[in-house]
Design a protein around this ligand. Structure first.
Ligand SMILES: [Zn+2]
Length: 141
């Protein structure tokens, strides 16, 4: 993560006036940098997860359609339920990884601790407040 001069001087200020300066609050540039990293990691998870989901479910669906024509109803029903189970499991893993990525990389409000994602980015940058508890979340202005 690139560190600009502003952040460095702010960090020095923080050390000088440690008692006044709350370290849980963030600056606007830190907030934006953190959201950018969330976006980067989120997109990577979406790409890899979506692609593996397709790679796993497509052959299953294809095979299921092929079975429907020539196998007995019972055999294709058994295959379909297994295929459905695998698809749900794959989607569940993908969903969990995505949730964990969001939890890990999104900036959190210093007051209520809830995560702020890029959906609330503009709102937060305009108001300077947490979208959940409306507390000022930025250091300075
Ligand atoms: Zn909050």
């Amino acid at each position: 993560m690139p560190v600009d001069e502003n952040t460095v001087s702010q960090a020095v200020d923080c050390n000088l006036v440690e008692d006044i300066c709350s370290d849980t609050r963030m600056t606007r540039s830190e907030f934006i940098a953190q959201l950018d990293s969330l976006k980067l990691h989120g997109f990577r998870v979406l790409w890899v997860g979506g692609l593996s989901f397709m790679l796993i479910t497509w052959p299953l669906a294809f095979h299921s359609f092929a079975l429907a024509g020539r196998q007995s109803r019972r055999a294709s029903l058994a295959f379909n339920s297994i295929a459905f189970g695998i698809a749900v499991l794959t989607f569940g893993c993908f969903y969990l990884v995505l949730r964990r990525t969001i939890a890990k990389y999104s900036p959190a409000c210093s007051s209520c601790g809830r995560k702020i994602t890029w959906r609330e980015k503009n709102k937060v940058l305009n108001s300077g407040q947490c979208p959940h508890c409306n507390v000022e979340i930025f250091d300075g202005v």
